[in-house]
Write a protein that binds this ligand. Structure first.
Ligand code: F6P
Length: 359
């Protein structure tokens, strides 16, 4: 009997279920004697042995279903070595459950923090295979994470909807896009949604350059402007400050709900425009996975099952040049894939007139 544990960790996204389905269907097709154990709510389920023995039917009909049938939770990597409220060592607890259930391996679907924990567990001697999940697309080692393109669709759709109302009222609209510390989601959503200005964490903005871009549009007879702003966007001024000085500045300044509101206030002040802010927030992680993600999820899931069949552990399956490959977990852990400000996509976006608030 081959026993495979599986868990989904960190913030959810579209295509988690589709990916688990890919792993499970491939395993059931390859082996007659495989048992899949689903841990509930991420690493927490592994720590406290909260699990269910899955049936093949559990993985049927979930290709298009958002969220995760196993539940998920955020277990900060930094606290992995801090004992829990009962004084139990979390890593030891996870190893204990793994051994008690006589697992052959553990399949982990997760983003950055979860991959670090996956690597830790692998270093601790567990057989681990992981899959790249996140709407942020910030995982090193893969061209694309599942969830990203579905989130792009939601964010782009929000910008599409804003277009008609912005045009009717002649206003400046700011759409704040998720993405944590990187700008992938904003870049793709901004370009596909036809945003006029895109602000990314990787390209600190100059508020005067942003306002100039708006004024230029007004002078050219455009009654409205749409900004796609990454939740992690930062001004040049703030980017040049030390963490301590920035904290002090924030403590003594006006407190805005988020960066989009701060930028909105500055635009209002400098240009006198009527500004509105829209924050789609967690909607970007919700709903059905788009067809691209369903395909990616299926391919990654099958590739993970292949690694299990070959007993190749300590890897994350990844997409490189449209081929599915594997990357050692030790190379993935702790690295962020950010947008290169000099990449051709930024240059092409600038060629069609999009401003990044930097010139
Ligand atoms: O990592 C996915 C993500 O949606 C980020 O884009 C965002 O910064 C964060 O999670 C939000 O986390 P939470 O769901 O814990 O509020």
């Amino acid at each position: 009997m081959r026993r495979v544990g599986i868990l989904t960790s960190g913030g959810d996204c579209q295509a988690l279920n589709a990916t688990m389905r890919g792993v499970a269907k491939s395993l059931y097709n390859m082996f007659d004697d495989v048992e899949i154990i689903g841990f509930e709510d991420g690493y927490k389920g592994l720590m406290y042995a909260d699990y269910q023995i899955m049936k093949p039917s559990d993985f049927s009909g979930i290709l298009t279903q958002g969220g995760t049938i196993l539940g998920t939770s955020r277990q900060p990597f930094k606290q992995m070595r801090v004992p829990d409220e009962n004084g139990l060592d979390k890593v030891e607890s996870m190893k204990h459950t793994y051994r008690k259930l006589k697992l052959n391996c553990l399949v982990i679907l997760g983003g950055n923090g979860s991959q670090k924990t996956a690597n830790l567990l692998s270093q601790e001697g567990l057989n681990v295979v992981s899959l790249p999940k996140t709407i942020d697309n910030d995982l090193w080692g893969t061209d694309m994470t599942f969830g990203f393109h579905s989130a792009v669709e939601v964010a782009a759709n929000a910008i599409d909807c804003i277009h008609t109302t912005a045009a009717s009222h002649g206003r400046v609209f700011i759409v704040e896009v998720m993405g944590h510390k990187v700008g992938w989601l904003t870049l793709y959503a901004g370009i596909s949604g036809g945003a006029d200005i895109i602000l990314l964490p990787e390209i600190p903005y100059d508020i005067h350059a942003v306002c100039d871009a708006i004024t230029k549009r007004t002078k050219a007879g455009k009654s409205f402007s749409i900004l796609a702003v990454a939740e992690g966007a930062i001004s040049r001024e703030d980017a040049s400050m030390t963490k301590k000085a920035l904290k002090e500045k924030k403590k003594n300044g006006i407190v805005y709900p988020s960066i989009a509101y701060e930028i909105g206030a500055r635009i209002r002040e400098v240009t006198g425009s009527e500004v509105r802010v829209t924050v789609p927030g967690h909607m970007q992680r919700g709903g059905e996975p788009c067809p691209y993600d369903r395909v990616l999820a299926t391919r990654l899931g099958a590739a993970a099952a292949r690694l299990i069949a070959d007993e190749e552990y300590g890897y994350m399956v990844a997409l490189k040049n449209n081929e599915i490959t594997k990357v050692p977990l030790s190379e993935v852990a702790g690295k962020l894939k950010t947008v290169d400000p000099n990449c051709s996509m930024i240059k092409e976006a600038k060629m069609v007139g999009i401003s990044f608030g930097d010139e």
